[in-house]
Ligand binder design. Structure first.
Ligand SMILES: Nc1ncnc2c1ncn2[C@@H]1O[C@H](COP(=O)(O)OP(=O)(O)O)[C@@H](O)[C@H]1O
Ligand SMILES: [Mg+2]
Length: 373
């Protein structure tokens, strides 16, 4: 009998909540239903303010947003169940990533904060909810991120070829899967995925994203700017590493923009190439035997970015995860459904070879639903 789980994901892009219903068996995972649940403009603006680097939000505002996001996650679950014509009683648990508002796993007080109160999700849906996955890994000495590589391994590892997976959300993260051997899986945030493209588009064309790369296509990537950006220390920092919008934002970019003769479209094209180059560099540096790159996340819909990845010099075959039967928009949501499954089965969710934790851990806090535990 398959066990049904729900995964909830809202990434650094703050574009929408991804909600998925997944059936798990010993053999694998099957996506049964999915939806993208909107976040209204007012709430989005407040979240963006809270996430801004160096933001000084009041505890009041922080707490209210925690409640508002908890309610929205619960609404997304209810709509998903209605759409799928599935009763809440049939769901074993929800895995909720939450909305990251701060991620800084370095230094004396490493932390990562996700909001969207899981008490509210459990109460309003009646379904046991697992949340707060990252902080256990951080408490165990890890980066708390990325957490999707263990699921990528479970779903996509092959014993006859090394594969790389990249999730291009606001931040891009790679998973480097060796052919099934005793070699460790590697994974890390390569740097910006779409976040700088989105932020630059908002500043210059007043759109939340550069839809279908139309703005980017009006310009040409500038080699000097690209090389300047690539020299940022994050890209050569040793593993493990993870990052967020606290680091990669327009203040970061403005600090490197000296050449005022560049048009905004030229900068956009350069940022697109920065994302593609840092992803390919990650593979060439840490897993040069990879001959296949599987792409998921919203970046798969950016044709200029996909062209750059496909035209790589290393003869790596690049395809959307759709070619492997996995919807690229919902793979990350599926990973959080899987992480809840792992937790309820008493199994570890992180890979310490990825996050740098002392060892693997059962992740998350459990908020019991109507049936208790
Ligand atoms: N048609 C498109 N053209 C260009 N970019 C797109 C398109 N569709 C989605 N994107 C990009 O994907 C992002 C959302 O990706 P997503 O994987 O949801 O990120 P996150 O995990 O950070 O929420 C958008 O903000 C946008 O940058
Ligand atoms: Mg998203």
């Amino acid at each position: 009998m398959p066990e049904s789980y729900i995964g909830l994901m809202s990434g650094t892009s703050i574009d929408a909540i991804d909600a998925v219903l997944v059936d798990f068996t010993e053999q694998g995972a099957q996506l049964k239903a999915s939806l993208s649940y909107p976040i209204d403009a007012g709430l989005k603006a407040r979240l963006h303010r809270l996430c801004r680097a160096g933001a000084h939000a009041s505890v009041d505002e922080y707490s209210q947003l925690d409640v508002n996001m908890g309610r929205l996650f619960a609404d997304a679950v209810k709509q998903l169940l209605q759409q799928a014509v599935v009763d809440a009683k049939q769901i074993a648990a929800i895995g909720s990533h939450g909305q990251t508002v701060y991620h800084n796993p370095e230094g004396d007080t490493p932390t990562s904060l996700q909001i969207g109160d899981p008490n509210i999700i459990a109460e309003q849906t009646g379904i046991t909810t697992v949340a707060d996955f990252r902080r256990r890994d951080i408490a165990a000495g890890g980066q708390g991120a990325p957490l999707v590589p263990a699921f990528h391994q479970a779903l996509l590892q092959q014993d006859d070829e090394a594969r790389a997976i990249v999730n291009i959300g606001g931040i891009a993260n790679v998973t480097l899967l060796p052919a099934k051997t005793d070699q460790a899986v590697l994974g890390f945030d390569t740097g910006p995925g779409n976040t700088l493209l989105d932020q630059w588009a908002l500043r210059h064309i007043k759109q939340n994203m550069d839809k279908d790369a139309q703005f980017c296509r009006q310009g040409n990537s500038n080699t000097t700017l690209l090389q300047t950006l690539l020299a940022d220390p994050y890209f050569s920092r040793p593993l493990p590493k993870s990052t967020g919008r606290e680091y990669f934002n327009l203040d970061w970019l403005d600090g490197y923009l000296n050449d005022t003769s560049l048009s905004p479209a030229d900068v956009q094209a350069s940022l697109c190439e920065l994302t593609a180059t840092t992803i390919m560099d990650a593979i060439n540096t840490y897993a040069p035997s990879s001959r296949r790159l599987i792409v998921c996340g919203g970046g798969v819909h950016n044709p200029a970015l996909m062209d750059l990845l496909k035209n790589n010099k290393s003869a790596i075959a690049v395809d959307s995860s759709a070619q492997y039967g996995v919807d690229p928009d919902y793979l990350e949501g599926m990973a959080f459904a899987w992480l809840a499954y792992q937790t309820l089965h008493g199994k570890n969710g992180n890979l310490n070879s990825v996050t740098g934790a002392h060892s693997d851990r059962i992740l998350g806090g459990i908020y019991p639903g109507e049936r208790g535990l």
